[in-house]
Structures are given as C-alpha cells and as structure tokens.
Design a protein around this ligand. Structure first.
Ligand code: KIV
Length: 272
C-alpha cells in the first residue's frame, strides 16, 4: 500500500478547484477540538469540517438542531489553533442563517472573525440563495450542502437516502447549478444515489464532495468519530471504519483502572 505524501502548501479554495481540474480527489473529515485537529492536519487531510454534527458526537444530542452559534465558534476556534495546512470550513448552525440574509451574514462574520475560520457551510438550495449571496458579498467563501440535510430532519422524518424519485433528483440538480452560479466554491452531497451524484459532479465545475454519494464525485467526507470507530451504533452502508478506537480506548482504560486498583501505577520511575 502506498502512503499518501501530502503537498505541504496550505489548502485554499483555489487549490480545491485545481484538484478537481486535475482529477485529484479531495479528502475531508470533521474535527471539533484541538488535539484531534492537530493529528488530522498532520496526517495531511485537505479539508477539516467543523460540522454541526458536533451536536451529536460531542454534545450527545439526537439531532444537529440544538447546537448554537457560540458553541460552533468555540469548536471552530479550537480546530483553527491546531491547523497549519488544511482548509477549515465551519457549519452555520440551525437558526443562524434561515431567518434573513442579514442574520446569515452576521453569523458568518462572527465565525470568520471570532474563530478565524476559512469558509462556512450551510444547508439547502433555492430557499437559502439570498443568504448565500449576502454572505459572499463580504468575501466569505461558502460551501453548499444538498441531499440529506440533517437540519431538516423533522421535515424529512427519516435519515434515508434522498432524491431517489425523479422530481427530487431534478430539484437537487437545479439547486446544485444555482449554488455554483451564486458563487459557492464547493458543495457537499449527502446520502443520494451514486449515479445522481456523478451527474452533478460532471455538470459542475466546482468540487463536489460526497458522503454516502458514491465514488464518482471529487472528494469524500466522513465524520471522524464514525470512521475511527469511536461511535459504534451508527452503521450506515456508506461508512468505512478505518480503526476500532472504541476497543482500543476501552482496552487502555480498563488496563489503567486495573493498574491503579492493584497499585501497579504509578511505579518508582513514575514518581518524584
Ligand atoms: O456536520 C457534518 O458533519 C456534516 C457532514 C456530514 C458533511 O455536515
């Protein structure tokens, strides 16, 4: 197996476009804290997404809806402090951009100013076009997100595959074109048929990054806790686990507990 050698140059939105043009795939993962972000950046990840999935994996909420803008800024600032190379994209949380475009702009500016983010991401198509356009007027790069958009879970009712029917697939295609035209630098497609995702990636000149959207797109994103096997209950078909950290961590912690209780930790060398 060949080991990936990352290009040491900082990743920018322009670099992502160049990667699409050259057919180089984009690797993106979520991150929410300093220590993990440092590891992922050091390993050569191209894009780190401070996702509102922090609401699930960091705070233990059932959905992404409860996380606040202040909490997103806290996570984003921690990630930014760790990163030397990756592009850091931060999710605008539910309720921080849907109201009106002025509110969307204020939320995006807070994320850029207070966390030092490089770009923001928000969910939706035509219904958020005005907000995206307004954010772009301030020079803030925007990543779109279509398909399964978890902030709308109470509208969808389930987390099943989206856009399987022709009408929804056509709307997704139209929305994708609109996101490119309005000025998004990339879009995420979540949990849609691979053929449709391929069609979108071929039709657009901006990078299309998939999660559960097949391999014929310009890059992939996964939630870090899922791909490292820290979370075990979440087992969608698209998820590949690259480690079983739940077992590794449980093993280490039980070993530590045993050592403490049996007085094997600390030993003579581990004290002053
Ligand atoms: O919040 C998140 O983690 C996301 C990814 C699933 C794309 O939006």
């Amino acid at each position: 197996m060949s080991v990936h050698q990352p290009n040491p140059k900082k990743v920018t939105t322009h670099r992502l476009l160049e990667m699409k043009q050259k057919g180089e795939k984009i690797a993106m993962l979520t991150a929410y804290d300093y220590s993990m972000a440092k590891l992922l950046d050091g390993a050569g990840i191209d894009v780190l997404l401070v996702g509102d999935s922090a609401s699930n994996v960091m705070a233990g909420h059932e959905t992404t809806l409860p996380i606040t803008l202040d909490q997103m800024i806290y996570h984003a600032a921690s990630v930014i402090r760790a990163v030397n190379r990756a592009l850091v994209v931060v999710d605008l949380p539910f309720g921080s951009y849907q109201g009106d475009s002025g509110e969307a702009l204020r939320s995006a500016i807070r994320i850029m100013k207070e966390a030092g983010a490089h770009a923001v991401k928000l969910e939706g198509g035509h219904e958020v076009k005005e907000s995206i356009a307004r954010i772009l007027t301030a020079g803030v790069p925007v990543m779109g997100h279509l398909g399964l958009t978890p902030q709308s879970i109470y509208k969808f009712g389930t987390y099943t595959v989206r856009a399987k029917q022709e009408a929804e697939a056509n709307k997704l295609l139209e929305d994708a074109h609109m996101l490119e035209q309005v000025g998004c630098f990339a879009i995420v497609l979540e949990k849609i048929p691979a053929k449709l995702a391929q069609q979108v990636a071929q039709a657009l000149s901006i990078p299309v990054i998939g999660i559960g959207a097949g391999g014929q797109v310009d890059g992939q994103v996964l939630v870090m806790q899922d791909m490292l096997g820290i979370t075990q209950a979440f087992q969608p078909r698209f998820l590949r686990r690259y480690a079983d950290l739940q077992a590794t961590i449980t093993d280490a912690v039980t070993h530590y507990i045993t050592d403490v209780k049996s007085k094997h930790f600390p030993n003579e060398q581990e004290q002053y």
